[in-house]
Write a protein that binds this ligand. Structure first.
Ligand code: TUI
Length: 314
């Protein structure tokens, strides 16, 4: 069984994180992943602090194992959510879509293990200096908010820039991807898109079906003009958005077009108004299964891949 230092640090069985996907990763999904031996993570997204508190209490009622909360730093509620994780004694906090420097001191004082997502070497170095527990290096193959660099380019550079354990994310959905991440120097992986197919993931059936039927060129990136590039499934919504983006629609109208679109996809499955966030790897997500089975299957497969690789050496 694959074990790494992140397992010891966090008290988990498998070095597998479930991405804290906004509107998707609720207490039920996070608890299922944690019960399966990985690290389940609640996605705070743009939700108010009361929602996050409620989801934290759900996880605590379903598992005694460690779990995390992802704080989306562009959220208008980020400050309140940052306080809730302290009040609720959340063991692990991950952050995304920004720089969490201003919260680090309080989180560390509360004994929280802080694991920021970084998309550049500069942020990796800053987070190392500020006392992060580990880093998630997320490449632009991922769904949602994306940085510039790919996983295969970002992960080794982040590993060289820090002494901290590095978790690889972006474009990983099976044991081959996990094995490749370990070869790049990572000690764990984070998957988002693969967990969209979990039985405990309660997204709208249309969303799940779209992921299970996705093909290689199914995703696209929109939102670059406003400085918030987002990867999602290529739908009428995303194509219309791209047309508006490059057709000179004013900024405020463009922003209004996207408002609420993630939530609409998740809860209503509306293909006209919803933005279905997805990583590029969706095409390799082929079946619905329990979250715990996903965690085990990916790590068993990674182990088999690494053993096979050894035999290449003659
Ligand atoms: O955060 C994500 N993925 C997300 S967040 C999200 S919700 C959203 N809402 C409105 C606009 C945009 C997104 C949907 N998906 N992944 C983690 C991630 N963080 N990927 C890349 C980054 C990142 C990028 C730049 C982190 C830090 C950064 O630089 C910050 C700085 O100031 O240096």
């Amino acid at each position: 069984m694959i074990k790494s230092k992140i397992c010891e640090i966090l008290g988990i069985q498998y070095p597998v994180f479930q991405g804290g996907m906004a509107w998707i990763a609720d207490g039920k999904l996070a608890a299922a992943v944690s019960e399966g031996g990985g690290l389940g993570i609640i996605g705070a997204g743009n939700a108010p602090a009361s929602y996050v508190r409620e989801q934290v209490r759900i996880v605590k009622s379903l598992t005694k194992k460690p779990f995390g909360v992802n704080i989306m730093l562009m959220s208008p509620h980020a400050d309140e959510v940052a306080a809730v994780v302290v009040e609720e004694g959340v063991p692990v906090v991950t952050t995304g879509a920004g720089n969490p420097s201003k919260y680090m001191k309080d989180w560390k004082a509360a004994g929280i293990k802080v694991i920021p997502v970084v998309a550049s070497v500069a942020l990796a170095k800053l987070m190392t200096r500020l006392g992060a527990t580990a880093l998630i290096a997320e490449g632009g193959e991922s769904g949602g908010h994306v940085g510039e660099l790919t996983t295969i380019v970002l992960v080794p550079q982040v590993c060289d820039a820090t002494e901290l354990p590095v978790i690889a994310a972006g474009g990983i959905a099976d044991g081959r991807g996990a094995a490749a991440a370990f070869m790049l120097g990572a000690v764990g992986i984070q998957m988002g898109t693969r967990f969209l197919s979990a039985e405990e993931c309660t997204i709208h059936p249309t969303y799940k079906e779209k992921i299970l039927k996705a093909t290689d060129l199914c995703t696209m990136v929109t939102g670059k003009r406003l400085g918030h590039p987002v990867r999602s499934l290529r739908t009428r919504f995303s194509q219309n958005y791209a047309k508006a983006e490059y057709g000179g629609m004013p900024d405020d109208e463009l922003e209004a077009l996207a408002t609420g679109a993630f939530r609409i996809a998740v809860q209503e499955g509306d293909i006209e108004k919803g933005c279905f966030l997805s990583g590029q790897i969706a095409a390799m997500v082929k079946k619905e299964q329990p979250a715990a089975q996903i965690v085990k299957e990916v790590m068993d497969e990674a182990e088999a891949v690494l053993r096979r690789a050894d035999s290449w050496l003659g």
